[in-house]
Ligand binder design. Structure first.
Ligand SMILES: [Zn+2]
Length: 155
């Protein structure tokens, strides 16, 4: 079981027992689930088995991670790092809901250009399917929007 970050760990003890599985959480958020058997440390991604990668994306919280699943790394569980706004048709990284460090969160968004995600499964809201190549375009749009906001604030 992957705990993407400190906010969304409710009932992890019950789930771990029911599923008879071990838990992973990032060390920086591990005080929220000290019972977790395994920790990811630092910013380096970790491959579990052949098809599950845990990638630290500090920002929303210091220990936020995304989990990328699939033999072609095409399915991303994004926690609260990113989600899809269906009404506006944009990938959202939210400054309003950033609890730790916004500039680090934007750096973490940039680190996800290496993927070509087909399915985004966020902690809140709906799953979203991307056509091939659309993931990178959506990330670029999200970062352009964030830059625009920063330049308006800084004048
Ligand atoms: Zn959260």
């Amino acid at each position: 079981m992957v705990l993407t970050h400190r906010d969304d760990v409710a009932d992890h003890v019950r789930w771990a027992k029911a599923l008879e599985c071990e838990r992973w959480i990032h060390k920086s958020d591990s005080d929220a689930a000290p019972e977790a058997e395994n920790q990811v440390i630092g910013k380096k991604g970790l491959l579990l088995g052949r098809a599950l990668q845990l990638i630290p994306v500090p920002g929303h919280t210091e220990g936020s991670m995304v989990a990328v699943l699939g033999d072609q790394q095409q399915i991303m569980f994004s926690g609260d790092h990113l989600w899809w706004n269906d009404k506006k048709q944009v990938l959202v990284a939210s400054k309003k809901y950033c609890w730790w460090n916004w500039s680090e969160q934007l750096k973490s968004v940039k680190r996800l250009f290496d993927f070509d995600i087909t399915w985004l499964l966020p902690g809140h809201g709906q799953a979203h399917q991307f056509a091939s190549g659309e993931w990178k375009k959506a990330l670029a749009q999200t970062l352009r929007y964030a830059d625009k906001i920063i330049s308006i604030v800084q004048g």
